[in-house]
Each structure stands twice: as structure tokens, then as C-alpha cells.
Design a binder for this molecule. Structure first.
Ligand code: NI
Length: 153
């Protein structure tokens, strides 16, 4: 495994649309393993492949109950609303308030190409929609309510 460099919101790549992942091979597994290590090292809740420079529809989330790998994820349904504090490893040191769905149901593939569905509420719903947004070139800063604020040093 290896740490990958996380690109920031100054990179135009973060605004591009990621393409479907069509092979579920050793190369994908290596990328996922590297993304896991990179996410853990950065102490984040989620990471999309585009954030390590790879424009594929691949994301991982970890809200404290283990890493969930999402290949070609699609939101099947989104219900309710929650106002949350949101940050992003590519928007370094900043936070903002957003309104996100309270519950989402997502369809995705695992690393071996097996389709599955996952429902999430609260922070898991937030993490999944945030990462899926990345695959479409969207950032939470697009929908922030009011101003971003910075981490206190
Ligand atoms: Ni992000």
C-alpha cells in the first residue's frame, strides 16, 4: 500500500466528471487499498478517486464503523433533510454548513464487481452524498449556507 497525494480545490480536475469503473481487477484493489491508507492517514470520513487524481467513479467512506467501498455508486432514493457541518480533504482546513438528505439509499458495486445496496442516515448519508458529488465534479462549497470558516490554529 502507498499513500497518495490528495489534490485540492485549486485543481481543475476536481470539477471534472469521473467515468464508470469497468474492471474489477488487481489494479482497482491496489487503488482502493491506497485510498484506504490515504484516508486513514488524513483522518477523514471519505475519499473519492478523483481526489487522488483518478477520474473513476470510485469512493470510500468511513464514519467510524469501518471502510465502505463504493464502485459506480448511484443514489436510489434520498429522503428528509439535515443541516450539517461539512468539510472536505480537498478544501483544506475549512468548514461550512450545508443541508443534506437525512436518509439515502445507494446502489454500488464492491471491489469484486458484486452489486449491493446500502442505506445510511445521519453522518453516513452525508458522507455518501458528499463522495458521490465528487464523482460529478461537485464540492460542498457550491451549496454552503453563508460563509466558510477556517480551523483555528
Ligand atoms: Ni470531499
Amino acid at each position: 500500500m502507498a499513500l497518495r497525494t490528495i489534490i485540492t480545490d485549486e485543481s481543475p480536475k476536481l470539477r471534472m466528471i469521473s467515468r464508470e469503473q469497468t474492471t474489477f481487477d488487481e489494479r482497482l484493489h491496489q487503488l482502493l487499498d491506497d485510498m484506504r491508507e490515504t484516508l486513514e492517514h488524513a483522518n477523514g470520513a471519505g475519499l473519492a478517486a478523483v481526489q487522488v487524481g483518478i477520474l473513476r467513479r470510485i469512493a470510500i467512506v468511513d464514519v467510524g464503523e469501518g471502510v465502505i467501498e463504493l464502485i459506480n455508486p448511484v443514489i436510489l432514493s434520498a429522503e428528509g433533510e439535515q443541516e450539517v457541518t461539512e468539510g472536505c480533504l480537498s478544501v483544506v482546513g475549512k468548514w461550512g454548513r450545508t443541508i443534506r438528505p437525512a436518509n439515502v439509499k445507494v446502489k454500488a458495486y464492491d471491489r469484486n464487481g458484486k452489486e449491493f445496496e446500502i442505506e445510511g442516515e445521519g453522518i453516513l448519508a452525508l458522507a455518501m452524498v458528499h463522495e458521490i458529488d465528487h464523482l460529478d465534479g461537485k464540492l460542498y462549497t457550491d451549496i454552503v449556507i453563508g460563509e466558510l470558516w477556517e480551523d483555528e490554529e
